[in-house]
Design a protein around this ligand. Sequence first.
Ligand code: C2E
Ligand code: CA
Ligand code: CA
Ligand code: CA
Length: 294
Amino acid sequence: EVLRSADITMYRAKAAGGNRYEHADPEADVLAITRHGLTNSLPTALERGEFFIEYQPLVRLSDGTVHGAEALVRWCHPLRGVLGPDQFIPLAENTGLIVPLGRWVLGEAVRQARAWQFADGEGPLRVNVNLSPFQLRYPDLVRDTAEVLKEAGLEPTALCLEVTESALIGADETLLRPLRQLADLGVDIALDDFGTGYSNLSNLRRMPLSALKLDRSFTRGMQQDPADPVDLKIVEGVVALAHTLDLAVTVEGVETGAQAEHLRVLGCDTAQGWYYARPGPPDRLHALSLVDAS
Ligand code: C2E
Ligand code: CA
Ligand code: CA
Ligand code: CA
């Protein structure tokens, strides 16, 4: 997508704090902006309310009801349109903005979960929030989280924080301590993207985990007909291991009914993916859960 030169001028003027900016090569300008423009606009994006959250349901495989939803952040950039997290989370991590951004996501998601509970009355919906390893190193994380939950009036057990497997590789006490403190609060911790890193399986025991989220690469072979028998065996083994360690198993990236059925038979607990619903606005999730519960 190409930026109009008027946009570029305006953008540069803003980025330079109102100073005129002269440049001889407009094409180089476009490149420079796509590369560096996000860095300049990211710090103020939070104040300007440019972030929003989509929710994707997690579905219980046993009966198809909605268990909860994962909060996925998006950035509605004034010039570039909606950007996915892969386009700005690394930048937020490098600039330190991940801490206030992560706190904002957590607050929004927790208030949303509370709102769902009020609207629903029945099975309380839970909310999953992604946690960057940079947030884990932030000393006030545990206190902030406890505060956010208290302010919203959400019980800690309705929150699950997802930490990627790669973030915890070689995890030392500095990372494990806040995780344990969060778990002590009653918050669930899920190991995200499980199977993409190289975590020593016996290490899982040291971590205060409640769930494993299997990466979608596990289910690729289940789209074939017949399903790849080795893939089925691998998932069967992972589920057995997880359940031995008292961990629930969620599978992400489920795109077909065939995959869902295999996962159910293999004993996975919950699933998430386009087969059920794409990420969307919070009210749509509530509608889904009412339909499923009836
Ligand atoms: P993730 O935590 O592994 O989230 C799952 C990603 O898979 C999401 O991408 C989701 O939209 C996508 N997805 C869901 N169902 C399907 C499916 O059936 N097929 C396929 N192909 N994809 C599916 P998204 O929203 O682009 O998020 C990308 C990553 O950004 C997330 O991966 C997560 O690591 C990170 N992220 C998102 N929100 C936050 C946040 O608030 N904080 C932090 N630190 N990271 C976040
Ligand atoms: Ca996740
Ligand atoms: Ca994941
Ligand atoms: Ca993933």
